[in-house]
Ligand binder design. Sequence first.
Ligand SMILES: *Cc1c(COP(=O)(O)O)cnc(C)c1O
Length: 475
Amino acid sequence: MRRVALDLEPSPEEMHRLVAAAMARIVPHLASLGEQPAADVDGAADVARSLVASMPRAGRPVEELLALLFERAVLKSFNTAGPGYLAYIPGGGLFASAVADLIADAVNRYVGVWIAAPALAQLETNVVRFFSDLVGFGETGGGILTSGGSLANLTGIVTARRERLPEDFLSGMLYASEEAHHSIKKAALLAGFPPSAVRTLPVDDRFRLRPDALRDAVRKDRAAGRRPFLVVANAGSTNTGAVDDLDAIADVARDEQLWLHVDAAYGGFFLLTARGRSALHGIERADSVVLDPHKSLFLPYGTGSLVVRDAGSLRRAHSVAADYMPPTQEDRDRVDFCEISPELSRDFRGLRVWLPLNLYGTDAFAHTLDEKLDLALWACDELRRIPNIEIVAEPQLSLVAFRLAPEGRSAHDLDALNRRLVERVNARRRVHLSGTTAAGRYVARVCVLSFRTHRDRVEQAIEDVHASADELSLS
Ligand SMILES: *Cc1c(COP(=O)(O)O)cnc(C)c1O
């Protein structure tokens, strides 16, 4: 029987039908990810324009809505979930997290305050504890899940500001290398600092922040009456995959009393592997660390995290009382997320991390990340063999930057040539690469990180770079 059209509660049968209808679209879509183009935005702007519409007064059949999504909207995009996506920082998007989101949204419990759902808050706390332990923060460590790395960087910088600067904080100075993610500058702005408060420091020939330059800049600023308080180190830069010498930077931070914030949004979960732990040595000396589960833990977009050495620092930066709120917890083991983060009402995002970690176990993640490290090394070796290709940044984790550099061309020509190289590779649609500027030169980059990317796809990437490089070298 059809229910009253104005009723928002589906019957049990309708619930099953709704989910089954969605699954009937989702499963074939996911099963064919590998055959779909690595990106297809031809005519996408026209499709977008054709979808301009207001909200209807009366409802429409679900099949019609799913057809709109799966036949018109979804496919006209970068295939960020597919195995050929090697641009920017991929992740893939574990299906188990989608199931977790369905459960979390369906039960719709309130995890922002502990008393409202203590057991569910505990599951999220277990996730955060796992992240904090992975970094090596020990007993006093704590943290939060955010919607992504940008918000985690913002929360880290606000926390450092509250801990290290007076209320009148405008003489505070932040330090980051020229390789730092732009969300750091944005976070500093949002945290109330003028652009001039962020000092951009030079990097070495492997794109790592130079500790000597940090020390010099801090001393100069202090001598000029400014207040250096925070340094941001990279544990896997977005640009070239650079991992700073975290131990050396921690030494400077200790000597100069700076808060050490490590941006490990891309590289953080390589801590699950032996090679990653060795590359990120010293991260345990940080005051705060950003990790992005939607990158190196393969989750769907929407989950970042900030972990801190001293959980109390988050509370001091965020706790504000209100009469209408339920009592907050004194016991350190009972976490009120609203007390230690900028958010109050929010999704139960812990479940989308908790479910896959428990379903597959952490060994499966470590194994998959090791595979990515191997694939990036293999890709680098293969790229080096292609005539006229030079490696600009060798993999420090799973990212390699390279360029086509035939002799006798000007710097300007080489930049244009490499833009064409990326375009040509992408036009073949088996893989999708992105380019960037490193040390003033335009470079192509391959970032192997999706759990769906395996050896066969990286071989295709090499073939397509090789063929495109040959074409361009001849022209
Ligand atoms: C992706 C990234 C960010 C920003 O994270 P979002 O989740 O995209 O907001 C910050 N820092 C680094 C190093 C990143 O790779």
